[in-house]
Design a protein around this ligand. Structure first.
Ligand code: ATP
Length: 199
């Protein structure tokens, strides 16, 4: 999988619709301080499902919506779309190109899409799990994160290796199954109680 393109409209400083294409290889973004370089990586994190406003340098999620300048009206929504090359079928979808879209309105309504289909964040997370992409996959390394890895506790570092090795998916499924087992055991207990009362 590789990121071919990012479109943004109404996201942070992208008041006009921005269309940023990435070629295979290395892309460098240059510009003066405050011109919006980091807003590009914020947008990528966000569309991949970032839930913490703080991680993308905001206080509340609505802070990602273009809030106007002296000569431009604020916008009502923020929109980001990624176009991913999936010729390798790394993402479990039978499509050469996968589009991921996230939209957030000022009233707090939010929408996710995979290609043209409206979806939930859970589906997006699952699509990227163990693909080496996704918001938790350490493919966006921000300033300070390198230090964090060096200072991480052994368990945290193990988490990193597990994510890279692709076992995270199974760990999550195991956790879900254990939870379901527990719920089933609770239900059984209740059924036993009722039977006992009836006897
Ligand atoms: P640096 O070199 O300091 O890292 P940068 O080029 O990475 O800077 P960013 O931090 O990405 O710049 O961009 C910050 C700019 O985005 C600021 O000018 C800020 O006013 C603008 N900005 C952030 N959020 C919004 C928003 N919701 N509406 C309008 N502009 C915004």
């Amino acid at each position: 999988v590789y990121l071919k393109k990012m479109e943004a409209h109404g996201f942070k400083s992208f008041a006009d619709k921005a269309d940023i294409s990435f070629d295979a290889g290395v892309t460098a973004v240059v510009g003066p301080n405050g011109s919006g370089k980091s807003n590009i990586t914020d947008a990528i994190r966000w569309v991949l499902g970032e839930q913490s406003a703080r991680s993308i340098r905001g206080v509340k999620m609505e802070d990602v919506i273009f809030n106007g300048t002296t000569d431009r009206k604020a916008m009502n929504y923020a929109y980001v779309r990624l176009v991913l090359d999936n010729a390798s079928r790394t993402l479990q979808m039978d499509a050469d190109e996968v589009h991921i879209t996230r939209k957030l309105y000022r009233n707090g309504d939010s929408e996710y899409y995979i290609n043209k289909e409206r979806t939930r964040l859970k589906e997006i997370n699952e699509l990227f799990l163990d693909s080496g992409l996704g918001r938790n996959a350490y493919n966006i390394i921000s300033q300070g994160e390198v230090d964090e890895v060096l200072k991480a506790k052994p368990e945290q570092r193990r988490g990193l290796i597990e994510e890279a090795a692709g076992v995270m998916k199974y760990k999550l499924r195991k956790k879900e199954s254990e939870k379901r087992l527990e719920e089933t055991a609770d239900n059984l207990d209740r059924v036993h109680d009722i039977i006992h009362e009836l006897e």
